[in-house]
Design a protein around this ligand. Structure first.
Ligand SMILES: Nc1nc2c(ncn2[C@@H]2O[C@H](COP(=O)(O)OP(=O)(O)O)[C@@H](O)[C@H]2O)c(=O)[nH]1
Ligand code: SF4
Ligand SMILES: [Mg+2]
Length: 395
């Protein structure tokens, strides 16, 4: 993991008609021949991702998508993927061919509904004509470019930077607002058969890094060494952050006045909506026997024998409530469109998803009137430590 994970990158999608020059434009912005360009219509099929540093924004991912206009069956599939890609975007660039000047209003409305800021770009601009003048009258913010000669690319980059400011303000910290410089923070990271070989998992790496950024003092140990670790320190930790799976074990070791929370709760807050998840967890009390529960994960990692999502959480839920539930599992890029049959969704920490995608999933749950919770908060609830695990966030 040398590169910034995609979930942490500012994501910019390029959309527009086939052959408008989207792929060429990505090449022009990134100065690389990476996107597949061609004058044969429909060369870009699945969305293609390209990373670059775009200062002052920082690490950026461009998504090159298929055309919005094609009517064939294959194109419909591509279109579906294009709309999926859209959900991840912090910003959209809508590329319009100067020879056609057509705009897909359905798509534009979708961008507006999803509150994705966008830039309209007329590509293949050569010289102004009446049609272009009329277009600009209607859409005055339009940027004129020619991706092949790179005319207007700097204006476009400035436009991107300007629009990004708003969205970056939506980003939430992991721990920067609950940890102070010189705070002593213990990170409890179990190393079991589920741990990847030779490294820490992404949530642990990212929290550790943010503690270092703040100038706090992170101390990392496994749950088994926690007692010795506490003894070795000459002051009480200001915060302990644990993997949710050993929440109870860690809680039993810690004195009551030491704040404790989990990596998963920290991510739930950064990526999602903590109050909504807490409401979701509260609904567990009123679940009936046979209720359908969807366990959703953001990536399809290799499942272990004692997997948290498919084994432990279902087992603990049934033990706690005394009911038998009907579980479905979803992992990766998609959760089912129709969620109405579920009484509850329990989502993973979403470390591989960006905030927009997670917010979209929460919105989907709300629209289907399904409660949604996340792994960490659910486990805290099942182990009777919700209040303690939330205390650090109450100011
Ligand atoms: N004249 C001119 N041609 C362009 C420009 N941008 C792209 N093209 C050409 O338009 C065709 C389609 O470009 P491509 O990037 O593959 O379009 P996409 O389908 O939107 O990704 C290619 O032949 C490009 O060389 C431009 O700014 N000016
Ligand atoms: S399942 Fe969720 S929390 Fe686990 S690694 Fe994948 S995205 Fe991250
Ligand atoms: Mg293309």
């Amino acid at each position: 993991m040398i590169d910034t994970p995609r979930s942490n990158r500012f994501t910019i999608g390029l959309f527009g008609a086939t052959n408008a020059g989207k792929s060429t434009l990505i090449n022009a912005i990134t100065n690389q021949e990476i996107a597949l360009t061609s004058d044969i219509k429909g060369t870009t099929t699945d969305p293609v991702y390209k990373n670059m540093e775009l200062l002052p924004i920082g690490p950026v991912t461009f998504i090159d998508t298929a055309g919005l206009d094609d009517e064939t069956e294959l194109a419909k599939l591509r279109l579906k993927k294009t709309y999926e890609a859209m959900r991840k975007c912090n910003l959209a660039i809508y590329v319009i061919d100067s020879n056609e000047l057509k705009i897909d209003n359905y798509f534009l409305d979708k961008l507006k509904v999803m509150k994705i800021p966008y830039l309209l770009v007329i590509n293949k601009f050569d010289q102004e004509n009446q049609k272009i003048k009329d277009f600009i009258k209607k859409y005055p913010e339009t940027i004129l470019i020619d991706a092949l000669s790179k005319y207007g690319i700097e204006d476009l980059k400035e436009g991107i930077i300007e629009l990004s400011k708003e969205d970056l303000q939506l980003e939430k910290p992991l721990v920067a607002d609950i940890v102070n410089p010189l705070d002593l923070v213990i990170l409890v990271c179990p190393i079991d058969s589920a741990a990847p070989k030779g490294r820490l998992i992404l949530p642990q790496q990212q929290v550790l890094r943010e503690c270092l950024d703040i100038g706090a003092i992170p101390v990392v140990c496994r749950e088994f060494e926690l007692e010795e670790c506490l003894k070795a320190l000459n002051k009480k930790p200001d915060l302990v952050i644990t993997d949710s799976q050993v929440f109870e074990y860690v809680n039993n070791i810690l004195e009551d006045d030491i704040p404790l929370t989990s990596f998963s709760i920290i991510f739930a807050r950064q990526k999602g909506d903590l109050p909504i998840f807490i409401e979701g967890v509260k609904s567990i009390e009123s679940l009936e026997d046979g209720a359908k529960i969807l366990i959703a994960e953001g990536c399809s990692h290799h499942r272990q024998k004692d997997d948290i999502g498919t084994v432990k959480i279902p087992k603990w839920l049934q033990e706690k409530t005394g009911h038998t539930f009907d579980f479905d599992y979803a992992s990766g890029q998609m959760i089912p469109e129709d969620l109405t049959k579920y009484s509850l969704i329990i989502h993973c920490g979403a470390c591989m998803l960006n905030r927009r995608e997670m917010i979209y999933r929460i919105k989907q749950a709300n629209e289907n009137e399904v409660k949604i919770a996340n792994y960490g908060i659910t486990i805290a609830y099942l182990k009777g430590i919700t209040e303690k695990a939330m205390q650090i966030f109450v100011k």
